[in-house]
Design a protein. Structure first.
Length: 20
């Protein structure tokens, strides 16, 4: 698993959660 991809997914999830 690519750590960079995992980090991007985590950041996206956090951003979406903040928006919601």
């Amino acid at each position: 698993m690519a750590s960079s991809e995992n980090k991007e997914m985590e950041e996206s999830s956090a951003g979406v959660r903040m928006v919601l």
